[in-house]
Design a protein around this ligand. Structure first.
Ligand SMILES: Cc1cc2nc3c(=O)[nH]c(=O)nc-3n(C[C@H](O)[C@H](O)[C@H](O)COP(=O)(O)OP(=O)(O)OC[C@H]3O[C@@H](n4cnc5c(N)ncnc54)[C@H](O)[C@@H]3O)c2cc1C
Ligand code: FES
Length: 254
């Protein structure tokens, strides 16, 4: 489906933690056409600062209510401005953008791995795969950085958590939780991951995964080449060829 520029009314805007927010927006077009792994480009200001839209993953859709959600962390000017938007206001949104996770690989089981805000697109994916044998692995730096755990636990009871500081469940980086799941399986289990680049690189050494990559973006529609990454088949645009790539295709440069 072609991306469209749409005005979306804010239906709800919840603060989930000191820097974490969940935004519910009305759009029949985006809620009915978006696929897991896609993102939208959000205009956060009516003026020229910041000029560029900010890319955020589609976190969840409700096709009955014709709404979709974004989950974001305030990290700078754009996300700070976004956090100040109130229920009833309208946002200028371009989307849905990018490719999506390939769900055709999933027969009975799948593993979803999210690090930090990388959980954002995985809830949409988990809800689409509901009913399959899902293992969900979530990593965060600390207990107070874990978001939407209850939403994942409503989909499957196989949710494992790791924190870097050990403040919740296992003290390790989240790829460590993946190792035993892949080691004891005779067939490769389709694995989907989103999170910091370092985490995705480690995962690519453990198994083949569909990874959602991040890059600084400008146009978001494939025209400026601002978001290219190096792959085995040349440079690719994260906004148009991605954000989802086969982990074995990436030339990891970190
Ligand atoms: C396809 C895609 C999907 C994304 N989905 C989400 C999401 O669902 N939730 C979420 O919280 N964030 C997501 N991001 C990251 C988000 O776009 C940035 O955090 C946001 O644009 C920062 O804007 P800002 O003006 O607040 O920060 P800025 O002032 O622009 O930057 C603040 C800091 O964040 C870093 N930063 C900014 N943009 C990126 C980026 N794209 N990748 C890595 N580091 C960045 C900068 O280097 C700087 O250190 C996504 C990015 C991409 C490319
Ligand atoms: S952001 Fe312009 S080509 Fe990707």
């Amino acid at each position: 489906m072609m991306p469209k520029q749409v005005k979306c009314q804010i239906i709800d805007h919840q603060q989930l933690g000191p820097l974490y927010f969940r935004l519910t927006l009305a759009s029949e077009y985006i809620s009915t056409t978006a696929k897991p792994g896609q993102f939208v480009n959000v205009r956060v200001s009516d003026g020229f600062d910041p000029l560029l839209r900010r890319p955020l993953s589609i976190h969840r859709v409700n096709r009955t209510e014709k709404t979709f959600q974004l989950l974001y962390e305030v990290v700078g000017t754009g996300t700070d401005l976004l956090s100040q938007k109130r229920k009833g206001e309208e946002l200028d949104i371009l989307g849905p953008l990018g490719n999506s996770f390939d769900l055709s690989q999933v027969k009975d089981s799948a593993i979803l791995v999210g690090g930090g805000m990388g959980v954002a697109p995985l809830l949409f994916l988990a809800e689409e795969l509901k009913g399959k044998n899902l293992q969900i692995l979530i990593g965060a730096s600390s207990n107070n950085c874990l978001v939407c755990l209850d939403d994942f636990k409503q989909i499957t009871d196989k949710v494992q958590i790791s924190t870097d500081d050990g403040s919740c469940d296992k003290k390790c980086f989240v790829p460590e939780l993946l190792k035993p799941l892949t080691a004891h399986s005779s067939q490769p289990i389709p694995t989907f991951a989103c999170g910091p680049k370092g985490m995705l690189k480690v995962i690519s050494k453990i198994t083949t995964a569909q990874v959602s990559m991040e890059a600084r973006m400008a146009c978001g529609i494939g025209t400026c080449l601002g978001c290219v990454i190096k792959t085995k088949s040349g440079y690719k645009k994260v906004c148009k060829d991605g954000p989802v790539f086969d982990s074995k295709e990436i030339e990891w440069q970190i």
